[in-house]
Design a protein around this ligand. Structure first.
Ligand SMILES: [Zn+2]
Length: 90
């Protein structure tokens, strides 16, 4: 069994490869997507799905999971709209 991670949106568990890994960029004090899932430090996982990201934003689940309450989460809004567009055009 590969390790499972919990999506901060829907709270379902999934393989890390099915999720986006989010980390804090300490220099920018901002949440960034860890595309290769290799950056050090605490990570938060969310499905690449508009609903999961939107729920995570509403609950402020990402800064909580990352233990970084004052961090800039604007990347999440960008991700949410990006995945919303992809679903709409499919
Ligand atoms: Zn999810």
């Amino acid at each position: 069994m590969s390790p499972q991670r919990t999506c901060v949106g829907c709270r379902c568990t999934a393989a890390p490869s099915d999720l986006l890994r989010l980390v804090v960029d300490e220099a920018a004090r901002a949440v960034v997507v860890d595309e290769r899932q290799r950056l050090p430090g605490r990570g938060a996982y969310v499905h690449p799905d508009h609903e999961c990201i939107a729920v995570a934003v509403r609950r402020r689940a990402v800064p909580r999971a990352l233990r970084a309450p004052d961090v800039d989460t604007s990347v999440l809004s960008a991700l949410a709209s990006a995945y919303a567009k992809r679903e709409g055009s499919a």
